[in-house]
Design a protein around this ligand. Sequence first.
Ligand code: PRX
Length: 635
Amino acid sequence: MSNYHIKNFEEYFQVYRKSVENPEGFWEEIAEEHFTWRKKWKTVLKWDFTKPEVKWFEGAKLNITENCIDRHLRTRGDKTAILFEPNHPEEPSEHISYKQLHERVCKFANVLKDKGIKKGDRVCMYLPMIPELAISVLACARIGAVHSVVFAGFSSSALATRINDCDAKMVITSNGSYRGDKTIDLKGIVDDALDKCEGVKTVLVAKRIDSEINMKNGRDEWLQPLLDEAYSDCNIELMDAEDPLFILYTSGSTGKPKGMMHTTAGYMVYSAYTFKNVFDYREDDVYWCTADIGWITGHSYIVYGPLVNGATTVMFEGVPSYPDFGRFWEIVEKHKVNQFYTAPTAIRALAKHGTKLVEKHDLSSLKVLGTVGEPINEEAWHWYNENIGKKKSPIVDTWWQTETGGIMITPIPFSTPTKPTYATLPFIGIQPALMDENGNELKENQVEGRLCIKAPWPSMARTIWGNHQRYKDTYFSAFNNMYFTGDGALRDEVGYYRITGRVDDVIIVSGHNLGTAPIEDAINEHQAVAESAIVGFPHDVKGNALYGFVTLKDTSEDRNHDNVRKEINQLITDRIGPIAKLDKIQFTTGLPKTRSGKIMRRILRKIASNDIENIGDISTLLNPEVVQEIKENSL
Ligand code: PRX
């Protein structure tokens, strides 16, 4: 008998069957066995996808930080909870034990309280990957404040939109950040953003770099002196199971970003249970997820999932390419990492640099490898399997979303036979369905359709902050009584799923979700631009890159197109961030449109992907002649 959490493929099927035949009984058992509750729930699950409303463990009282920290103190007090690896390899790593984490979170929580933050208030973090980020997240959770972490690569105006959308009272930032050989002035970005955010009363500033910054009197304060003065114990706030835990923004295909709201108990149960089983985490393992806490992967699988399990979780401040492309492998060797979880785009970037830098390092500690964020191509999968896992460490290709809170489709390591590019089978408790365009479920194998989920799972987002109607329209209206993911997928002859990509106007670039609408809005702000359309095209490292088709107001004007290109990318950088910059910008005299005026992106996608032969029928277009022009001038 094997010693894995899920022993073999048969056991997976057994547990899976149990979980879908009696979800309430199944999750109740898990919740009772693995977590600390201050009061038990009255009902395990109430749901109605037509409203939509989902409630897990209603009536229960708990605090997620008691589960992440306090309950480990007796048995794991001196064990490393967070292992911080700084940007520069020569700066020493920092081992923060569970005891120290307790003290630091309590002190931080007391600072928040002292500054007037109460249960239910929103606090925005705009921080690099330094311990203060994880600690401030936990400090909020300890006192019942709702954290909203904004990835520190977003621009000041993207930050301002997110601060205002959730009405955050406080921003926590640092005076700057290190990223490879660069430093970034985070506080300057926050200052710009706050010109547009009247609700923010306090800015706490962690000191990370040596730099001079402006501190606004009455608003900005250095964090460290406050922490030094703070009391090192802080009682937990008792939270209801369905009290909000955090808001995290994700791009929509239209309009402003969606603040996905996650609640307490269900999120805790599912992130912890998936973490343990998907990575087969063992007591003395060192686990490393390379994501940023600014994304859902960092929330669920750097902070909450690992800490609820009493794990040692590595937090890396830097980038895979600094000081060279061997940095990841150096860290794996240095900390004897057992589970390594990264994104396909990182694997492709590293693979490009060959295996010399891999071979320099002892990677024998690795047991499980993971990927997330976008489809992994066959070549990258094999490179990862052969060179990093040495064909011994199973790859868990985990499909999930900000909205789902936790991993949804994935192999179970050492149980599910893997298949390159396939996320394989639903995790325990998850009931996927493939739907055709008419809303019928495709029941057989060897089909392709739109990926939906038929029943609730504990960590699903409960709403979009401040806009429940949008939540309903986006996720619960396309198909009757189902959660629609926005992804397409196919199911092979044995029932394995392969995610084929987004079927809406979201494009995934280097694993980052980007909506076309906000990028087009940024371009259209350029005074010379009349109209624009963005599509994705395949890119060998980023997965997808962005291609912009732009019409200018005055086509006769002799403009320096390269300058306009630069200005457009600058506007995008200012409005969203450098991750949304366009790789290619083609100027055209018009965009292909239907008779009702809708831009036919399908055609533009084909042209951008150099699939010019298969453009299909254009006779229904309002302006078919423009297609020829765009084809001829394509980049
Ligand atoms: O299209 C899917 C893709 O990433 C989207 C979700 O992005 P986000 O909310 O930023 O969360 C990313 C981290 C969980 C999905 O709708 N995606 C995520 N994982 C995979 C994937 N596509 C293919 N394979 C995956 N393993």
